[in-house]
Design a protein around this ligand. Sequence first.
Ligand SMILES: CC(=O)SCCNC(=O)CCNC(=O)[C@H](O)C(C)(C)COP(=O)(O)OP(=O)(O)OC[C@H]1O[C@@H](n2cnc3c(N)ncnc32)[C@H](O)[C@@H]1OP(=O)(O)O
Ligand SMILES: CC(C)C(=O)C(=O)O
Ligand SMILES: [Mg+2]
Length: 527
Amino acid sequence: MEREGRRIYIFDTTLRDGEQSPGVSLNVQEKLEIARQLAKLKVDVIEAGFPIASPGDFEAVKAIAQEIEGPVIAALARINEKDIDRAWEAVKYAARPRLHVFIATSDIHMKHKLRMTREEVLAAVQRGVTYAKQHCQDVEFSPEDASRSDPDFLCQVLELAIASGATVLNIPDTVGYATPPEFGRLIALIRQRVRGIEGVTLSVHCHNDLGLAVANSLAAIENGATQVECAVNGIGERAGNTALEEIVMALFTRYDYYRCKTGIVTEEIYRTSRLVSTLTGMPVQYNKAIVGKNAFAHESGIHQDGVLKERTTYEIMNPAMIGLVQSNIVLGKHSGRHALRTRLAELGFNLTEAELEKAFQRFKELADRKKEITDRDLEAIVEHEIRHIPEKYALEHLHISTGTHVIPTATVGLKVGDQVWEEAACGEGPVDATFKAIDKITRLPLALKSYSLNAVTGGKDAMGEVTVQVEYEGRTFIGRGISTDILEASARAYLNAINKLVYDVGEENLHYVDEVNNGNARTGVNT
Ligand SMILES: CC(=O)SCCNC(=O)CCNC(=O)[C@H](O)C(C)(C)COP(=O)(O)OP(=O)(O)OC[C@H]1O[C@@H](n2cnc3c(N)ncnc32)[C@H](O)[C@@H]1OP(=O)(O)O
Ligand SMILES: CC(C)C(=O)C(=O)O
Ligand SMILES: [Mg+2]
């Protein structure tokens, strides 16, 4: 049934504010892959990055602008000519480009951070928006820290931005300070007071420091905002941004109340969430609304009884609406390619023949060790084994000797081109020994910043998923590996991070350490 009602535009900032999450660093290929998925999800705007921030960000915005069709592609810039020029250089290739310029308007930011007076900020807004408009028809302006700004001054700034050519005014609750009634009132006030507001899109950008980002965005919608800025899984600076999946499903499920609709293909939500989690290395908390592992799980008897009798007793959303599909195909060691292809297609993965063959090999290896292969196992296989950057180092073999009264020792064989290189090392534990043996082969000066292990599914034969963060010359790289053997998963995760590093930095730019004393080039957490 086609819904009537006000259209709310979804501006996705996963690749810009989302990437500002501590520890997250995506390369150009990863950003492109997320952007392709965001286009399938049918977001209205993709904020692809902040081009002045780094050459990598510049290249990612440019690649997304060149390739992605459908959504508006936005690039962020501070309100100065250098930033705007750089942003335009990258985003100009898009069919529908947008320049997003910002400057803070709260007294605290102007005084301490910008060291500018109100008059200077007003002049910068006029100059910056006018300059951006000379490049691009579509200019979004954000008064950073709007919710802590003097409302009179804020309205003055917004009016000036419209007069200078802004097409979108975005009101950020930059530090997640506002409460829903207060933020709603601010949006109402802006709609009442700012001349020309009816001719532009009114947007909001909320942060989650008090866990109120979604509530504040909904309050803004109730008071007339028509664009919401959000990020998949709610990632972003500090406690993150408004979660895309939550705002979209709140509007969808409570259409009876909000009478608003989005253009989002909700069935793509779960896949998008998994992809962003995999590529950013940021796990989704189990009890996260909509996309958490427990979001549709019923544990207690009374609930289970209710759901069995009538699903809607305890489920306000149908899991199929976000793309969580049940199947009656049980996959195991006796399944063939047809069944695998069908199930993967049901899960939304349409693989090429070569990818399917690779997935099938990994699936069979796993089925030898595991009785039943679950959807999460399949997703993990596709996410880890199929979507990956070129592998300079591939795990050939791993032998570990460990126990309560022995020094853990690892022997690792890595395939490099058509040769196999082998090294052995001792360590504090078996994982440490494995990483040291790998370090001896790669001779890269790495620091291990974090290591985490999760079970992908339940049971004794669950697959372990290891995520590592390694630092190389000040840059962080995230690697993930899966296996029913957690030591193998650890080795795969470490190699995944190294392969990303080699791909991103470029082999010709790598610096090696001459002598790796039992792998001691690596520093960091003990594993
Ligand atoms: C609320 C937000 O999310 S804003 C977006 C935040 N994102 C980022 O910061 C992306 C990553 N950032 C970076 O890579 C770097 O900070 C860069 C490349 C953008 C700038 O680096 P640097 O030039 O070394 O400046 P640095 O980050 O140390 O300081 C920021 C400068 O920008 C100024 N500034 C901050 N916001 C603005 C603005 N909107 N317009 C103009 N100037 C601004 C600050 O006052 C400071 O100026 P100063 O050097 O004269 O004191
Ligand atoms: C750049 C702006 C919109 C921002 O991210 C914020 O204020 O939080
Ligand atoms: Mg922000």
